[in-house]
Every structure is written in structure tokens, then in C-alpha cells.
Design a protein around this ligand. Structure first.
Ligand SMILES: NC(=O)c1ccc[n+]([C@@H]2O[C@H](COP(=O)([O-])OP(=O)(O)OC[C@H]3O[C@@H](n4cnc5c(N)ncnc54)[C@H](OP(=O)(O)O)[C@@H]3O)[C@@H](O)[C@H]2O)c1
Length: 243
């Protein structure tokens, strides 16, 4: 295997799209670190990648806690010497409800997991990327980062904040050779809906986790002189008015 195409840190990779990104990008020869809270699942992915000849580093971290997010980035740099790509993939749905019916805890948890995780990881990684004079931050948003739907107020607010933040950030860091991309998918076949207690309509057509892994490949393998700021994705069979 052609190792050392670069170092990719994926936050939120014990299941779903993050797990697929770790496996796929490692199979292409990238060295990957990845984080989440479920350590057992992370270790299984690490073993699987290592067994097939890839280089993987599982790091248990609650990315909604600043010190643990910091630890994830720092341990990645300690292990691999650099960090070329950070994929902020942590996110979670909040149960489908009118805003007034959310508890204070649900509001805080929603913002914390969908927004603060992104801010913390970016805050820590930027100095490393600036020093390298290169880097690529990919913030995973959602179609709800662009569209707003009743019943999804906290999730929409957080993902739209991720998009606003990403656009401001790219204005700040492009002069340092750092790219920022927003990856905004519609429905994906993962644990997301079940965990959130969100029942999607039975005719929903889904993207697959591998579609997202390949989208990351497209973003990071685009020639250096090209920036992709937004990559919006939807299953061609899912019916939503795009704008
Ligand atoms: N599935 C969809 O329909 C859909 C659509 C649009 C956008 N998205 C977005 O796509 C991204 C990936 O979601 P997915 O569909 O692959 O769902 P998923 O399987 O639930 O993946 C979410 C990942 O985030 C991790 N995570 C959650 N809270 C965390 C925390 N505090 N610290 C560290 N890791 C944490 C989870 O691991 P642990 O629980 O082990 O920590 C898991 O690995 C999310 O940003 C999601 O909002 C999903």
C-alpha cells in the first residue's frame, strides 16, 4: 500500500459516515486518526485498518469538551508529526419537536454536539496548520444547514451556525494556505435518525456512508489551486426541493 499520502484526523468516527471515511481513506494510503466516545468501536476500526496494512490511530475523546478535543488534535500530531486534514464529522439529531417543547438540556446538548465540537477542534488545529502553511478543514453540515424545517429548530440552528462559521473562517485562513470546505449531505443511512428518535418518512431515499467517504476524497484530492467551499449532496432518488 502507498502509505503517507498525508494525515487525516476524523472527529466522530465510531459509526456511520466517520467510520466509513476512516476505513476508506486509510485504504487509499492516508494515515488516519479518529475520535468518538465509544472506545470499543474505535479500537475495532483501528484493528481492522491495521490488519489490512493501513495506519490508524483511535483516540477516545468527547469532542464537546474542549480539553478532550484538544487532546485529539495534539495526540494526532504527536503520533504522525503533522495534520493535513481535519474532518469535523461529529453531530447528532435532536428529537423531532416544536422548539418550545425542547428542554434546556436538549437545547444545550444540541448546540454542544453540533456546533461547539466544530469550534473547539478548529481552534486547536489552526495553529498547527498555520505553522505547516497548509491544511484542509472539512466541516460536515447537513441539508438542514441550508434549509430550515419545523421540528428541527436546534439542529438547523446549529448546522447553519457551522456553515456561517466555516465561511467566516475560510476568509481568515486561506491566506495561510488552509482550505475550509462545508460538506452538507441530505439523509444518509446511519444510526443518526434512530439515535435521535427521529422517524424519517418511509419513502426517504438515503445516501450511503461510502458516498460521504468518497466526497471527502474529492475534496482533498482536488488540485491545490482549487478550493471547493461547499459540497451539497443528496440521493438522486430523494425528493426535496433543492432551494
Ligand atoms: N444521517 C443523516 O441523515 C445525516 C444527514 C445530514 C448530516 N448528517 C451529519 O453527518 C455527520 C455524521 O453522522 P452519521 O449520520 O454518520 O451518524 P452517526 O453514525 O450517529 O455518527 C455520529 C458520530 O459522532 C460521534 N459523536 C457524537 N457525539 C460525540 C461527541 N460528543 N464527541 C465525539 N464524538 C461524538 C458518534 O460517536 P460516539 O457516540 O461513539 O461518540 C458517531 O461516531 C453528523 O455531523 C450528522 O449531523 C447526518
Amino acid at each position: 500500500m502507498n502509505k503517507d499520502k498525508g494525515v487525516i484526523a476524523i472527529a466522530g468516527a465510531s459509526s456511520g459516515t466517520g467510520r466509513e471515511m476512516a476505513r476508506y481513506l486509510a485504504s487509499l494510503g492516508y494515515r488516519v486518526s479518529f475520535s468518538a466516545r465509544r472506545e470499543k468501536l474505535l479500537k475495532e476500526i483501528e484493528r481492522e485498518i491495521t490488519k489490512s496494512g493501513g495506519e490508524a490511530f483511535a483516540i477516545r475523546a468527547d469532542m464537546a469538551l474542549y480539553d478532550e478535543a484538544k487532546g485529539f488534535i495534539e495526540k494526532t500530531v504527536e503520533r504522525f508529526g503533522r495534520i493535513d486534514v481535519l474532518v469535523n464529522n461529529v453531530g447528532a439529531g435532536i428529537r423531532f419537536a416544536d422548539f418550545e417543547n425542547y428542554t434546556k438540556e436538549e437545547i444545550e446538548r444540541g448546540v454542544s454536539v453540533n456546533l461547539m465540537t466544530v469550534l473547539y477542534a478548529c481552534k486547536v488545529v489552526i495553529p498547527y496548520m498555520k505553522k505547516q502553511k497548509s491544511g484542509h478543514i472539512i466541516n460536515v453540515s447537513s441539508i438542514l444547514g441550508k434549509l430550515s424545517r419545523s421540528g428541527f429548530a436546534i439542529y438547523s440552528a446549529s448546522k447553519q451556525a457551522v456553515e456561517g462559521f466555516s465561511r467566516a473562517l475560510l476568509n481568515e485562513v486561506r491566506k495561510h494556505g488552509i482550505k475550509v470546505s462545508i460538506l452538507a449531505p441530505a439523509a444518509i443511512q446511519t444510526e443518526w435518525a434512530e439515535k435521535a428518535g427521529v422517524e424519517l418518512p418511509s419513502d426517504t431515499r438515503f445516501l450511503k456512508p461510502m458516498d460521504l467517504a468518497k466526497a471527502v476524497q474529492v475534496l482533498i484530492e482536488t488540485p491545490p489551486h482549487v478550493d471547493i467551499w461547499n459540497l451539497d449532496m443528496i440521493s438522486s432518488e430523494q425528493v426535496i426541493d433543492p432551494f
